[in-house]
Write a protein that binds this ligand. Structure first.
Ligand code: BTN
Length: 241
């Protein structure tokens, strides 16, 4: 594993994407930064994180590609890896809220942003960005955010966490890759329960059935069983970090 440590950068995802361009590193490559000036979240949101308190990194795995139709499976693998890893630190009530918000109860502890290029039927390379709240204890304007320290009362060595989590991610992303679909659903927030959603500014209720191989959330609604893309559907109670 090749690790690049930075004090500050716009976004570790963007830095790593430019770094690998034309170089095709043969070893897994990690970029970690104490602070991001323009940290990116899902759905074009910003990822705001206090300097030096949290873990923010991006990982590139050489020779990792997926059929375009199966791109979402990387979110399932990375989510399950984080869920298993956080559980090993006794974080309570860890779950994944579709598509890949990592929660403790109803509070967000980590976010994942995977980015790839699509060439015809194949997607690669993948940049896997992870933001994990570690030692931050105050989250202004983010009432649904939590951290490892808030959950356990302990403070953590961020470098040690980086090594442990990236080692586990590399293990999960190295062939032969297991099928983590069952594990993803075991931890899926609201599975079998009714939740409020919004789509095109209209609110409706749906019972969460499963997340299909394309990453669509399948809901039982008054209009029947419907699959929704991540771009069109939102949980109404989401307070994004
Ligand atoms: C989310 O919105 O939940 C995804 C957040 C992902 C944040 C991480 S921090 C490291 C990497 N670099 C970025 O710009 N974003 C990801």
């Amino acid at each position: 594993m090749h690790v690049i440590k930075l004090d500050a950068i716009d976004s570790t995802n963007d830095y790593l994407r430019k770094l690998i361009l034309g170089k095709n590193p043969t070893a897994p490559t990690v970029v970690v930064s104490q602070y991001q000036k323009k940290g990116k979240g899902q759905r074009g949101q910003a990822w705001i994180s206090q300097a030096g308190k949290n873990l923010m990194f991006s990982l590139y795995m050489p020779n990792f590609s997926l059929p375009t139709k199966e791109v979402f499976s990387i979110n399932k693998i990375v989510s399950v890896c984080l869920l298993h890893w956080l559980s090993s630190f006794q974080m309570p009530n860890i779950c994944v809220k579709w598509p890949n918000d990592i929660l403790s109860g109803d509070s967000k502890i980590a976010g994942i942003l995977t980015e790839s290029n699509v060439h015809h039927l194949t997607a690669s390379p993948f940049i896997i960005g992870v933001g994990l709240n570690v030692n931050q204890v105050e989250f202004q304007n983010l009432p649904n955010a939590t951290s490892m320290q808030l959950l356990t009362g302990k403070s953590y060595d961020i470098d040690a966490l980086l090594f442990s989590l990236t080692t586990k991610l590399i293990e999960y992303l190295t062939p032969p890759i297991k099928n983590y679909n069952d594990d993803y659903h075991k931890y899926l927030y609201g599975l079998g329960q009714s939740r409020l959603f919004s789509r095109e500014n209209k609110m409706f209720e749906g019972i969460i059935q499963f997340v299909n191989s394309e990453g669509k959330l399948v809901l039982e609604t008054t209009a029947g069983t419907q699959a929704f893309d991540v771009k069109e559907l939102q949980f109404v109670d989401v307070v994004d970090q």
